[in-house]
Design a protein around this ligand. Sequence first.
Ligand SMILES: [Zn+2]
Length: 508
Amino acid sequence: MTIALQGELTIVRGKIAAIEPRAGGVTIRSGTRRVEFPGGWAFPGLVDAHAHVVGLGLAFREGYLRDAPSKHECIERLIAHGPNRGEWIVARGWNQELWSPPLFPTRYDLDRVFPTTPVALTRVDGHALWVNSSALERAGITAATPDPAGGAIVRDEHGMPTGILLDAAMELIQQYIPERTLEDIEHAIIEATAAASSVGLTEIHDMDVLPEHLPIFTQLAEQGKLHCRILSWVRGQRFEWHSAGVLPTTGEFHRVAGIKLFADGALGSRGAALLEPYTDDPSTHGILLLTVEEIAERIKRALDDGFSSIAVHAIGDRAVRTVLDAFEQIQQRYVALDNVRLRIEHSQVVHPDDLPRYVQTGAIASVQPIHCTSDAAMAERRLGTRTATAYRWRSFLQHGVLLCAGSDFPVESHNPLSGIDAFCRRIPPGREHPWYPEERLSATEAIEAYTINAHRAADMSYRRGWLAVGMDADITIVDRNIEVCPAEEILQARTLATVVGGTLYEHA
Ligand SMILES: [Zn+2]
């Protein structure tokens, strides 16, 4: 059975009321409105099953200096964005190594354009701050200010601060920058969901959400300002959801769906908990953040609060095993867990003995295919021969594990096509051949991980996940059939429109 279709879809009150297959393109009919997309293909709305909405919005609002090829380009971007924290302009991501000559900038570069607006710009590595004279003035930093312990105020030959502050000296300025307001967070969410919508997403499983951000999502949903449905998994490592009194909700465009825990860190920082030591640093196995009992205790509390979805971050094989042990313990103590969705976020390194345990415990593998290709070279160094047990998509499906997919944006691109491409081709950047090609998926399987399986992982598959009469009108319209086109062309596809609960957003 194929997923994609061409023809006329009639929408009534947010649901698909009729489908008339017809070659040549897609037509969306809603009331008296009829919009045609010649050559387009309709898919069930694509879901990002693991992402960070506020993080993406803040990356747009503050992280826009990344990859700026010159000092001049940085300043152009600052002018375009303007103040974003009270009267301050705060941004990050500049890197003078990309400029010619590769020299530190100065406050005078900024003063010419921003004589009175304070500007504070964090370097890409977070270890240097580039500020203008107005910012220095507000912080009272002069030639007479001593360097703080653990930091330095860079000075010219006359001892005057140049506008570059290193490490602990950054704090001299940062304490004067206004905190982000709830309004800043609101704008970040609006920008992030609009961007996600433009690349074809109709729904996002938002992970590790702060309890204080939930009312903003709810309000934006009520105002019709979210271009994607948002399901929140609330921070739970220290019972944050419980302390804040957060309970599950059932809104149409925003829903508090579950809680999020962390069992370990990441491979890059050697924080992922492994059963055997790291290949490139035998002194460490990584760090397990919660024990079996601690995970089980949090899950029990969440179930008592009425939650039916628990997402636990586990990257290393020891963390995955610990989470499976906790799921098992919970199931031995509770009887009715049929409607509970237990998800292992990332599921990157899985010991072969533990693959069947996913099915036994009902654990869902929530993976980010683009992490595999982006991190392949690093994973080879960290894991050695254990890379054969990493990113095992085909193995999950063969064992009957429910596999859903996301991007982890803003860590990776928010474009779901990048993930579908990685699923199908599995070729790391700069390489020519697939990495462990036996673990690749077909385009149909890849799209299922972004549609029906993602909905199953959130217990919404009775409403969404395929194009059929009576289902929610959540549709992604693409300019080609990514299900059958050569895998090399998937990344060239463009989203023409999305439909969310019957509302059409045109993107082309
Ligand atoms: Zn994440």
